[in-house]
Design a protein. Structure first.
Length: 104
């Protein structure tokens, strides 16, 4: 059976399930390992945005992938959003200053 998003959400909600949207963060085209005042300010804004989304009840969880996992080196973190649609989830993650700066 092939679901469209609307049917999947309707079926999930009919049995008390909640639909979540998972996002993965990978290094963007402007990512560097350098710690500069500008990068530190972006990181603070990135975390402040996560706090804002959490206070709105939209961000369920998020966190970095630690270097000890030795993923491909490209993946930086992940999160889970509660949103009414894919479009809303995309809009929410697009507010991230690190995403806007193409670092993630």
């Amino acid at each position: 059976m092939i679901y469209n998003d609307e049917e999947a959400r309707k079926d999930a909600e009919s049995i008390g399930m909640t639909v979540y949207y998972v996002f993965l963060l990978k290094k963007g085209p402007t990512w560097t390992p350098d710690e500069t005042p500008e990068v530190n300010a972006l990181q603070e804004a990135h975390l402040a945005n996560y706090r804002r989304l959490a206070e709105m009840g939209k961000l369920v969880l998020t966190g970095p992938f630690l270097d000890s996992f030795q993923l491909s080196g490209e993946m930086r973190g992940m999160g889970v959003l509660r949103a009414d649609s894919y479009e809303e989830a995309f809009e929410l993650i697009s507010t991230d200053p690190m995403v806007k700066a193409n670092r993630l």
